[in-house]
Design a protein around this ligand. Structure first.
Ligand SMILES: [Zn+2]
Length: 282
Protein backbone atom coordinates (compact mmCIF):
# COMPACT_ATOMS: atom_id res chain seq x y z
CA UNK A 1 0.00 0.00 0.00
CA UNK A 2 1.05 3.59 -0.52
CA UNK A 3 0.39 6.68 1.58
CA UNK A 4 1.17 10.34 1.07
CA UNK A 5 2.75 11.37 4.39
CA UNK A 6 4.61 9.69 7.25
CA UNK A 7 1.93 10.12 9.97
CA UNK A 8 -0.55 8.20 7.81
CA UNK A 9 2.09 5.54 7.23
CA UNK A 10 2.51 5.33 11.01
CA UNK A 11 -1.23 4.81 11.41
CA UNK A 12 -1.29 2.22 8.61
CA UNK A 13 1.62 0.34 10.15
CA UNK A 14 -0.08 0.28 13.53
CA UNK A 15 -3.27 -1.11 12.01
CA UNK A 16 -1.70 -3.34 9.37
CA UNK A 17 1.09 -4.75 11.51
CA UNK A 18 3.09 -7.48 9.82
CA UNK A 19 0.61 -7.85 6.97
CA UNK A 20 1.28 -4.58 5.22
CA UNK A 21 4.16 -2.94 3.49
CA UNK A 22 3.73 0.81 3.47
CA UNK A 23 5.39 3.08 0.95
CA UNK A 24 5.51 6.76 1.83
CA UNK A 25 5.30 9.09 -1.16
CA UNK A 26 6.42 12.36 0.46
CA UNK A 27 9.90 11.65 1.88
CA UNK A 28 11.12 12.96 5.27
CA UNK A 29 12.20 16.59 5.04
CA UNK A 30 9.95 17.38 2.09
CA UNK A 31 6.72 19.35 2.30
CA UNK A 32 3.55 17.67 1.07
CA UNK A 33 2.41 21.08 -0.18
CA UNK A 34 5.05 21.12 -2.89
CA UNK A 35 6.46 17.61 -3.34
CA UNK A 36 6.21 16.13 -6.84
CA UNK A 37 6.14 12.37 -7.39
CA UNK A 38 9.16 10.81 -9.05
CA UNK A 39 8.70 8.47 -12.01
CA UNK A 40 9.80 5.53 -9.82
CA UNK A 41 7.04 6.40 -7.39
CA UNK A 42 4.54 6.54 -10.25
CA UNK A 43 5.68 3.05 -11.23
CA UNK A 44 5.35 1.69 -7.72
CA UNK A 45 1.81 3.06 -7.58
CA UNK A 46 0.98 0.80 -10.49
CA UNK A 47 1.52 -2.13 -8.11
CA UNK A 48 -0.09 -0.72 -4.95
CA UNK A 49 -3.27 -2.40 -3.71
CA UNK A 50 -4.46 0.51 -1.57
CA UNK A 51 -3.73 4.23 -1.55
CA UNK A 52 -4.21 6.33 1.59
CA UNK A 53 -4.14 10.10 1.28
CA UNK A 54 -4.96 12.94 3.64
CA UNK A 55 -6.96 14.68 0.91
CA UNK A 56 -8.48 18.14 1.44
CA UNK A 57 -5.95 19.53 -1.02
CA UNK A 58 -2.89 18.77 1.12
CA UNK A 59 -0.86 17.66 -1.89
CA UNK A 60 -1.19 19.45 -5.21
CA UNK A 61 -1.35 16.27 -7.33
CA UNK A 62 -3.96 14.32 -5.42
CA UNK A 63 -6.72 15.17 -7.89
CA UNK A 64 -4.83 13.89 -10.94
CA UNK A 65 -3.09 10.94 -9.37
CA UNK A 66 -5.43 8.29 -10.75
CA UNK A 67 -5.38 9.50 -14.31
CA UNK A 68 -1.61 9.95 -14.09
CA UNK A 69 -1.02 6.35 -13.07
CA UNK A 70 -3.89 5.06 -15.18
CA UNK A 71 -5.59 3.24 -12.32
CA UNK A 72 -9.00 4.69 -11.75
CA UNK A 73 -9.98 1.57 -9.81
CA UNK A 74 -7.18 1.65 -7.21
CA UNK A 75 -8.88 1.53 -3.78
CA UNK A 76 -8.46 4.87 -2.05
CA UNK A 77 -8.94 6.12 1.48
CA UNK A 78 -9.02 9.87 1.82
CA UNK A 79 -8.65 10.76 5.48
CA UNK A 80 -10.40 14.10 5.05
CA UNK A 81 -13.49 12.35 3.71
CA UNK A 82 -13.73 10.16 6.81
CA UNK A 83 -14.08 13.10 9.15
CA UNK A 84 -17.52 14.69 9.56
CA UNK A 85 -17.57 18.09 7.81
CA UNK A 86 -18.67 19.73 11.05
CA UNK A 87 -15.30 18.78 12.58
CA UNK A 88 -13.28 20.36 9.76
CA UNK A 89 -11.86 23.87 10.04
CA UNK A 90 -12.38 26.09 6.99
CA UNK A 91 -9.04 26.84 5.32
CA UNK A 92 -7.42 30.14 6.12
CA UNK A 93 -9.36 30.51 9.33
CA UNK A 94 -7.81 30.71 12.76
CA UNK A 95 -9.67 28.48 15.16
CA UNK A 96 -11.68 29.88 18.08
CA UNK A 97 -13.13 32.58 15.83
CA UNK A 98 -10.10 34.71 16.45
CA UNK A 99 -9.91 37.04 13.48
CA UNK A 100 -6.88 39.12 14.30
CA UNK A 101 -4.95 38.25 11.17
CA UNK A 102 -5.59 39.94 7.88
CA UNK A 103 -5.70 36.94 5.60
CA UNK A 104 -7.87 38.12 2.79
CA UNK A 105 -6.84 35.28 0.52
CA UNK A 106 -8.83 32.25 -0.32
CA UNK A 107 -7.98 29.16 1.69
CA UNK A 108 -4.44 28.01 1.29
CA UNK A 109 -5.21 24.34 0.71
CA UNK A 110 -8.77 24.20 -0.61
CA UNK A 111 -11.99 24.51 1.34
CA UNK A 112 -10.81 22.96 4.59
CA UNK A 113 -7.58 22.96 6.51
CA UNK A 114 -5.98 19.58 5.68
CA UNK A 115 -3.85 19.10 8.83
CA UNK A 116 -6.40 16.77 10.44
CA UNK A 117 -3.90 14.10 11.50
CA UNK A 118 -2.48 16.35 14.23
CA UNK A 119 -5.62 15.93 16.34
CA UNK A 120 -5.56 12.45 17.93
CA UNK A 121 -9.34 12.44 18.26
CA UNK A 122 -9.79 13.05 14.54
CA UNK A 123 -7.10 10.43 13.91
CA UNK A 124 -9.56 7.85 15.27
CA UNK A 125 -11.65 8.29 12.12
CA UNK A 126 -8.56 7.62 10.02
CA UNK A 127 -7.72 4.48 12.02
CA UNK A 128 -11.22 3.09 11.48
CA UNK A 129 -11.12 3.86 7.77
CA UNK A 130 -7.70 2.20 7.37
CA UNK A 131 -8.94 -0.86 9.30
CA UNK A 132 -11.99 -1.14 7.04
CA UNK A 133 -10.02 -0.46 3.85
CA UNK A 134 -7.37 -3.07 4.67
CA UNK A 135 -10.07 -5.60 5.56
CA UNK A 136 -11.69 -5.06 2.15
CA UNK A 137 -8.51 -5.49 0.09
CA UNK A 138 -7.18 -8.29 2.31
CA UNK A 139 -10.16 -10.02 3.99
CA UNK A 140 -7.97 -12.94 5.06
CA UNK A 141 -6.33 -10.81 7.76
CA UNK A 142 -9.37 -8.80 8.73
CA UNK A 143 -9.37 -10.04 12.32
CA UNK A 144 -5.75 -8.98 12.76
CA UNK A 145 -6.61 -5.51 11.43
CA UNK A 146 -9.56 -5.34 13.81
CA UNK A 147 -7.44 -6.28 16.85
CA UNK A 148 -4.58 -3.98 15.89
CA UNK A 149 -6.97 -1.08 15.31
CA UNK A 150 -8.67 -1.68 18.65
CA UNK A 151 -5.41 -1.57 20.57
CA UNK A 152 -4.18 1.43 18.59
CA UNK A 153 -7.43 3.27 19.39
CA UNK A 154 -6.71 2.61 23.07
CA UNK A 155 -3.23 4.06 22.63
CA UNK A 156 -4.77 7.13 21.03
CA UNK A 157 -7.15 7.55 23.96
CA UNK A 158 -4.20 7.39 26.37
CA UNK A 159 -2.27 9.85 24.21
CA UNK A 160 -5.22 12.25 24.13
CA UNK A 161 -5.59 12.12 27.92
CA UNK A 162 -1.88 12.83 28.33
CA UNK A 163 -1.90 15.76 25.90
CA UNK A 164 -5.03 17.18 27.54
CA UNK A 165 -3.42 16.93 30.98
CA UNK A 166 -0.08 18.42 29.95
CA UNK A 167 -1.51 21.24 27.82
CA UNK A 168 -3.89 22.17 30.65
CA UNK A 169 -0.87 23.13 32.74
CA UNK A 170 0.71 25.38 30.10
CA UNK A 171 0.90 28.90 31.48
CA UNK A 172 0.63 30.47 28.01
CA UNK A 173 -1.83 29.46 25.32
CA UNK A 174 -1.00 31.80 22.42
CA UNK A 175 1.44 31.07 19.65
CA UNK A 176 2.24 32.17 16.12
CA UNK A 177 2.61 29.30 13.67
CA UNK A 178 4.61 28.94 10.49
CA UNK A 179 1.43 27.90 8.71
CA UNK A 180 -1.87 26.39 9.78
CA UNK A 181 -0.52 22.90 10.73
CA UNK A 182 -1.46 23.12 14.41
CA UNK A 183 -4.96 24.53 14.00
CA UNK A 184 -6.77 21.28 14.86
CA UNK A 185 -4.41 20.52 17.72
CA UNK A 186 -4.89 24.02 19.12
CA UNK A 187 -8.67 23.76 18.90
CA UNK A 188 -8.70 20.40 20.64
CA UNK A 189 -6.48 21.47 23.53
CA UNK A 190 -7.50 25.08 24.02
CA UNK A 191 -4.38 26.69 22.58
CA UNK A 192 -4.58 29.80 20.40
CA UNK A 193 -2.92 30.18 17.05
CA UNK A 194 -3.07 33.97 16.87
CA UNK A 195 -1.38 34.27 13.49
CA UNK A 196 0.56 32.48 10.77
CA UNK A 197 3.79 33.46 9.06
CA UNK A 198 2.95 31.94 5.69
CA UNK A 199 -0.71 31.78 4.77
CA UNK A 200 0.31 29.55 1.87
CA UNK A 201 3.47 27.51 2.50
CA UNK A 202 6.15 28.85 0.19
CA UNK A 203 4.73 32.36 0.10
CA UNK A 204 7.22 34.32 2.18
CA UNK A 205 5.91 37.25 4.21
CA UNK A 206 6.83 40.81 3.23
CA UNK A 207 8.68 43.13 5.63
CA UNK A 208 5.30 44.74 6.32
CA UNK A 209 3.70 41.41 7.19
CA UNK A 210 6.58 40.57 9.50
CA UNK A 211 6.13 43.94 11.22
CA UNK A 212 2.39 43.14 11.62
CA UNK A 213 3.23 39.80 13.22
CA UNK A 214 5.66 41.49 15.61
CA UNK A 215 2.90 43.94 16.55
CA UNK A 216 0.42 41.09 16.94
CA UNK A 217 2.88 39.24 19.18
CA UNK A 218 3.28 42.35 21.31
CA UNK A 219 -0.47 42.97 21.61
CA UNK A 220 -1.29 39.39 22.45
CA UNK A 221 1.82 38.82 24.57
CA UNK A 222 2.88 35.91 22.38
CA UNK A 223 6.25 34.44 23.32
CA UNK A 224 6.52 31.51 20.92
CA UNK A 225 6.72 31.16 17.17
CA UNK A 226 6.43 27.58 15.95
CA UNK A 227 8.59 27.03 12.89
CA UNK A 228 8.63 23.69 11.08
CA UNK A 229 11.45 21.34 10.19
CA UNK A 230 10.31 21.10 6.57
CA UNK A 231 10.59 24.83 5.94
CA UNK A 232 13.17 27.58 6.40
CA UNK A 233 12.74 29.35 9.73
CA UNK A 234 14.17 32.61 8.37
CA UNK A 235 10.87 34.50 8.56
CA UNK A 236 10.18 33.14 12.05
CA UNK A 237 13.65 34.26 13.13
CA UNK A 238 12.94 37.70 11.68
CA UNK A 239 9.79 37.98 13.81
CA UNK A 240 11.76 36.90 16.88
CA UNK A 241 14.58 39.35 16.19
CA UNK A 242 12.29 42.30 15.62
CA UNK A 243 10.39 41.52 18.79
CA UNK A 244 13.53 42.49 20.70
CA UNK A 245 13.97 39.11 22.34
CA UNK A 246 10.37 38.79 23.59
CA UNK A 247 9.56 36.03 21.12
CA UNK A 248 11.46 32.78 20.65
CA UNK A 249 11.43 30.36 17.74
CA UNK A 250 10.71 26.67 18.36
CA UNK A 251 10.86 24.02 15.68
CA UNK A 252 8.00 21.56 15.53
CA UNK A 253 7.62 18.61 13.22
CA UNK A 254 4.10 17.89 11.95
CA UNK A 255 5.34 15.03 9.73
CA UNK A 256 7.86 12.85 11.55
CA UNK A 257 10.20 10.22 10.18
CA UNK A 258 9.67 6.44 10.25
CA UNK A 259 13.35 5.82 11.01
CA UNK A 260 13.56 8.28 13.91
CA UNK A 261 13.85 6.86 17.45
CA UNK A 262 11.34 9.34 18.92
CA UNK A 263 9.18 10.33 15.98
CA UNK A 264 8.99 6.92 14.31
CA UNK A 265 5.42 6.15 15.32
CA UNK A 266 2.35 8.34 15.56
CA UNK A 267 2.16 8.62 19.35
CA UNK A 268 5.91 9.28 19.55
CA UNK A 269 5.61 12.05 16.97
CA UNK A 270 2.77 13.68 18.91
CA UNK A 271 4.67 13.45 22.21
CA UNK A 272 7.80 14.86 20.57
CA UNK A 273 5.88 17.98 19.52
CA UNK A 274 4.03 18.17 22.82
CA UNK A 275 7.31 18.32 24.74
CA UNK A 276 8.55 21.19 22.60
CA UNK A 277 5.28 23.08 23.03
CA UNK A 278 5.44 22.46 26.76
CA UNK A 279 8.88 24.04 26.89
CA UNK A 280 7.76 26.94 24.68
CA UNK A 281 4.50 27.76 26.47
CA UNK A 282 5.28 27.15 30.10
ZN1 LIG B 1 0.72 22.14 5.80
Amino acid sequence: MAVDIVPLAQICRSVGGEWVEVEVLVPPGASPHSYELSSDQMKSLERADLLVLVGLGLIPWEEEIFTKIGREGLPLIEAGQQIPAGELIPAGEEHAGDKTGEHGEEGSHGDYDPHVWLDPILAEYIVEAVRDGLSRVDPEHASAYRDNAASFLEELATLHAEIARRTASFSRREFIAFHSSWNYFARRYGLLQVGVIEERPGKEPSAGEIAELVELARERKVRAVFAEEQFSSRAAEAVAEESGGEVRVWKLDPLGDLGHPEKGDYCGLMRYNLSIMEEALR
